[in-house]
Design a binder for this molecule. Structure first.
Ligand SMILES: Nc1ncnc2c1ncn2[C@@H]1O[C@H](COP(=O)(O)OP(=O)(O)OP(=O)(O)O)[C@@H](O)[C@H]1O
Length: 206
């Protein structure tokens, strides 16, 4: 999937959050969006998911020569964000099975495989609401990484992760490699997302 941002801008009331972002994001150009708190990273992410509309400019989605309409883009996206809630009444096993009803996991992986990948095998029968914040974050990330999708969008992926979790996250990024179009929002250190070879520094688009 190639995502082309053309002179993108968003304002709320009279205040421009950013203007003039033009970039091509594709599997060969994993991209990190950097900026301080409140700079507009999540807003740009919402434009990319097509859940909000730009105030100016446009976004085009293409697979080869096929243009994907904006209202169909969501079905191509796997995402993990702080503002996305997990269905916490489910046990982990129930949640993963529920997920499988809508989309398969990569490479024919099953419920137990995903739990193992996320170091959650011992918690298959636990309700998600009793998971620690780090466990919930690994689960969100594992779902985003391993559900079959062309686009991977991660907002603050290392939040709530300890050093071991950050290392695990980086290993998953390397495994995805060029198989998906990757966009990551972060105010953390650049090296945490070392596979990204394109940076959108929101502060440059004020
Ligand atoms: N629906 C909205 N209405 C008005 N202002 C908004 C709305 N959504 C976001 N904003 C404003 O846009 C700015 C950017 O917010 P955004 O959440 O995109 O920042 P961020 O870079 O993701 O921040 P953080 O790192 O703290 O998550 C903020 O000033 C915020 O108040």
């Amino acid at each position: 999937m190639t995502i082309t941002l053309d002179n993108l801008g968003r304002r709320f009331n009279k205040e421009w959050i950013f203007r003039g972002i033009s970039k091509v994001i594709d599997p060969l150009h994993p991209t990190v969006i950097f900026g301080n708190n409140g700079s507009g990273k999540s807003t740009l992410m919402k434009l990319i998911t097509s859940s909000e509309i730009p105030s100016e400019g446009s976004i085009k989605y293409q697979i080869g020569d096929n243009v994907i309409p904006e209202d169909k883009v969501f079905s191509y996206i796997g995402m993990a964000t702080p503002y996305m809630d997990l269905p916490e009444e489910f046990t982990l096993s129930e949640l993963l099975q529920f997920n499988l009803k809508f989309k398969p996991f990569n490479d024919g992986l099953g419920v137990k495989d995903i739990a193992e990948i996320a170091f959650l095998s011992d918690s298959l029968n636990k309700q998600v609401k009793v998971f620690s914040s780090g466990m919930k974050q690994r689960l969100k990330l594992a779902l985003a990484f391993y559900t079959k999708n062309a686009i991977l969008l991660l907002d603050e992926p290392t939040s709530n992760l300890d050093q071991k979790g950050i290392h695990w996250y980086q290993e998953q990024l390397v495994k995805v490699g060029t198989t998906k179009t990757i966009v990551i929002c972060s105010n953390a250190k650049e090296e945490e997302h070392f596979i990204c070879n394109q940076i959108i520094d929101i502060n440059q688009y004020k």
